[in-house]
Design a protein around this ligand. Structure first.
Ligand SMILES: [Fe+2]
Length: 198
């Protein structure tokens, strides 16, 4: 059984997202890694011990496991996008063209802000469908529901309250989303897009 290790992120000081908020947020990420490993181990132990007797406990653990996995993986996408500091989107590049084709007259920031502002905890996510060759945006409630199955993730915006409550209060989601885009390393996002085109 594979044991996942929490990754380290080389983050600069962010504009509008405090170091303390980032530190606490990384702590939550590490919790997902730890809990995914723990649940995997527990499922195996219960199944080996008496899979009939523990059928309901096993079922519940199986259900919860994707919550932990998706929390782990999405935070890895999230923090990686903020590594290396803010860079600009390449004007006229393949990714900019794909954005234009999907969203014109709107910008991606506008679309992601609209989705990110939806009620409830979750993630605003930009995916790419290699079959339609088109970008798709969606909202994953918590983090394990509402995904476009199999579609690779290009950009993941965490809009759980823990991402902004320390800096902006419970009503500060909009300000936090603005800050997120100010700090975004578009190079990372463009590279993800380019990888899928190969
Ligand atoms: Fe988070």
């Amino acid at each position: 059984m594979h044991t996942y290790e929490a990754k380290k992120f080389n983050l600069p000081s962010l504009e509008g997202i405090s170091d303390e908020s980032v530190k606490q947020h990384i702590g939550l990420y590490e919790g997902y890694v730890k809990n995914f490993n723990a649940i995997s181990k527990q499922i195996a132990e219960l199944a080996m011990s008496d899979s009939e007797k523990y059928v309901h406990a096993i079922s519940e653990l199986v259900r919860r496991r994707s919550f932990e996995f998706d929390g782990m993986r999405l935070h890895e996408y999230y923090f990686t996008q903020l590594e290396g500091g803010s860079t600009a989107l390449t004007t006229g590049g393949p990714f900019a063209k794909a954005l234009e084709s999907a969203y014109k007259p709107f910008t991606l920031e506008k679309v992601m802000t609209m989705i990110g502002s939806m009620r409830g905890p979750g993630w605003a996510i930009l995916y790419f469908d290699p079959e339609a060759k088109e970008l798709l945006t969606g909202f994953s409630g918590e983090q394990h529901q509402g995904h476009f199955v199999t579609l690779p993730i290009i950009l993941a915006l965490d809009v759980w309250e823990h991402a902004f409550i320390l800096d902006y209060g419970a009503a500060g989601k909009g300000k936090y989303i603005d800050a997120f885009f100010k700090n975004l390393n578009w190079d990372v996002v463009e590279k993800r897009f380019a990888e899928i085109q190969k």
